[in-house]
Design a protein around this ligand. Sequence first.
Ligand code: IMP
Length: 188
Amino acid sequence: MADFVEVASADDLARRVAELGEQISADYAGREPVMIGVLNGCVPFFADLVRAMSIDLAVDFLSLTRFDGSGRVGMALDAGVPLGGRDVILVEDIVDTGLTLVTLRKVLELHGLASLATVALLDKAPRRIVEVPLEYRGFEVGDEFLIGYGLDWNHLYRNARSLWAVMDLSVLQGDVDAFAPYAYPATV
Ligand code: IMP
């Protein structure tokens, strides 16, 4: 079996992100939402999604600190945009156990928002351990470890243009460069 399997090509991703952009634009017509990207994994998806939207919106970002072992997360919000009374849309790369999203929602709700919704490119639904609302999702995926289009392995490969499943993690554990030929295929 191949060590890496492409689960969504750059074209598949572009098509689905365009659909999400259209759907969210229709749902939020006239409301000027604040799109808040959850760093770092959201970056390619965020940039493509906001450009697929055809309504006025504001952008902001937040980052998470993980406390290893406890599963707790802390959050740093760049509160450049005051959130009170605003319609907020959280933009996530992937929802896995759901723990991150639950924490983020709780903290954001303290800001007195008009509404809060989440869009995640990927939903690892079978791995959920807490129930949490997910209003928009790009693709439902299985429980394989995924890399590319924002998702990383040890801080690498977020810039791969398509999305891949790692079928044997020991390959990357043994050689972090093993994915490079897939991530950066020759273009000529
Ligand atoms: P959750 O709290 O378990 O839902 O964690 C979500 C976070 O875990 C995501 O924002 C990613 O940073 C990370 N994550 C979960 N699954 C994957 C994966 O397959 N590849 C890369 N990162 C992942």
